[in-house]
Design a protein around this ligand. Structure first.
Ligand code: FCB
Length: 443
């Protein structure tokens, strides 16, 4: 076994999001997940984020955990209705004070905050006005981004406008498995456009209030591999790439929607006003990459976009996601070659397994350790091919509310007993901490 070294200055961190960990329900306005969790059958076991990890009250303990693991960076998100309970208008002093204390406590522990402005908890007040389907929400988002950057921008130097616009648009509005739960393709495409447009509007608002900071966006990627070499499967994989990846990367980095997909969507394409694409493609400082698994695609006439995903033999996580680290290398190389974002971060990567606290008071999770070992090596493979990858954030610091799966899927480096809120670092946390501390890894 050889020891491999990450570049000087490589950033090591963990990631979370507001609705998934905060709780503190009484101290904020309503968001669309509060509503969605109460729709019968939408979230496993009727779970909600009302309490979650009670991080709102336990953030000091959670920062101490990060410090113990030697983390130097932390990606978290701001809950929009905690800052602006009705989505716009007068900010809540209680809400802004919370994030102010959080940022100060992180900096005191020598942990650099990477702040995501939207990780899916849209104020219910804005959903009532149409949510992301309403063009006006984009301006509300830019205003909100400005409010947060005004307050935290002297100390926060890394901003992520959105987390995973594909998920917001399609899981929320086409497949209906995330809030707000609609099933309408043209609505989803309009939402995607407004989310991208809001990103572009927010970029200058953040820069104005937080001089010298870096601004980026995080996308989820689904690298597509054809199930065979046949031309039909190859074309089908290209369509999957189009809907999942290029539909977002092309507007952000080229100022255009991909023509092949635009033609395929036909009458369902979004309304795009003059100048929108110029706003969307405003230069940014980095691209956040969330990667979990690949997609193997087979042509199937009659299915949505005439393809289906197949399930090859291999290793799978508790999400039934294939463990396939080569796709992470391929993805990073491809993004660098096709779009040259200049700087990339892995803003999420990780896995769920069925962890149990054993009688020795520990959580032995060798499969997760192996997942990290493989994917961190995959990152190094990309770096060695010239990809400017500047950091890695594991998803997640701790087990939390996994959206439609409630608390039934555990992604954490730290195990959480949701009855007692006790936190127990898993074996994989010690592994990840040792990689981060030395910035080296055994292959
Ligand atoms: C991503 C989300 C994150 C988490 C992981 C498992 O899509 O950004 O909140 O749920 O998946």
């Amino acid at each position: 076994m050889g020891v491999r070294r990450f570049p000087e200055g490589f950033v090591w961190g963990t990631a979370t999001s507001s609705y998934q960990i905060e709780g503190g329900r009484d101290e904020r306005g309503d968001c669309i997940w509060d509503t969605f969790c109460r729709l019968p059958g939408k979230v496993a076991e009727g779970h909600t984020g009302d309490v979650a990890n009670d991080h709102y009250h336990r953030y000091r303990e959670d920062i101490a955990l990060m410090a113990d693991l030697g983390m130097r960076a932390y990606r978290f998100s701001i809950c929009w209705p905690r800052v602006l309970p009705s989505g716009s208008g007068r900010p809540s002093a209680v809400g802004l004070d919370f994030y102010d204390r959080l940022v100060d406590a992180l900096l005191a522990a020598n942990i650099d905050p990477y702040v995501t402005l939207y990780h899916w908890d849209l104020p219910t007040a804005l959903q009532s006005l149409g949510g992301w389907a309403a063009r006006d929400t984009a301006q509300r988002f830019a205003d909100y981004a400005g409010v947060v950057a005004e307050r935290l921008g002297d100390r926060v130097k890394h901003w992520i406008t959105h987390n995973e616009p594909w998920v917001v648009a399609f899981l929320g509005n086409h497949l209906g498995v995330h809030a707000p739960g609609w099933e309408d393709l043209s609505l989803a495409l309009q939402v995607a456009h407004h989310v991208l447009y809001s990103h572009g509007l927010a970029v200058p608002a953040i820069r104005a209030a937080s001089p010298g900071s870096e601004v980026g966006i995080t996308l989820n990627f689904s690298p597509a591999y054809p199930a065979s070499d046949g031309p039909e499967d190859v074309a089908a994989a290209r369509r999957h790439d189009g809907q999942a990846n290029r539909w977002f990367m092309d507007p952000l980095y080229r100022g255009e929607y991909p023509e092949d997909m635009w033609d395929l969507y036909g009458y369902q394409v979004p309304r795009v006003a003059d100048g929108d694409l110029e706003v969307i493609r405003r230069p940014i400082d980095f691209l956040g990459v969330n990667y979990y698994t690949r997609a193997v695609i087979r042509h199937r006439p009659g299915a949505y976009l005439d393809y289906e995903t197949v399930r090859p033999a291999g290793e799978y996580t508790a999400m039934d996601w294939e463990v396939y680290p080569q796709a992470l290398t391929d993805l990073l190389v491809r993004l660098h070659e096709d779009y040259a974002p200049g700087s990339l971060y892995i803003t999420e990567n990780g896995c769920a397994y069925e962890d149990t606290l054993t009688p020795d008071g520990q959580v032995h999770d060798p499969a997760r350790t192996e997942y990290y070992r493989l994917h961190l090596n995959a990152c190094l493979d990309a770096i060695e091919q010239g990809v400017p990858l500047d950091g890695y954030f594991s998803w997640s610091l701790m087990d939390n509310f996994e959206w439609a799966f409630g608390y039934t899927r555990r992604f954490g480096l730290v195990y959480v007993d949701f009855a007692t809120q006790a936190r127990t670092p898993k074996d994989s946390a010690r592994y990840y901490a040792s990689v981060a501390r030395t910035s080296t890894i055994e292959d």
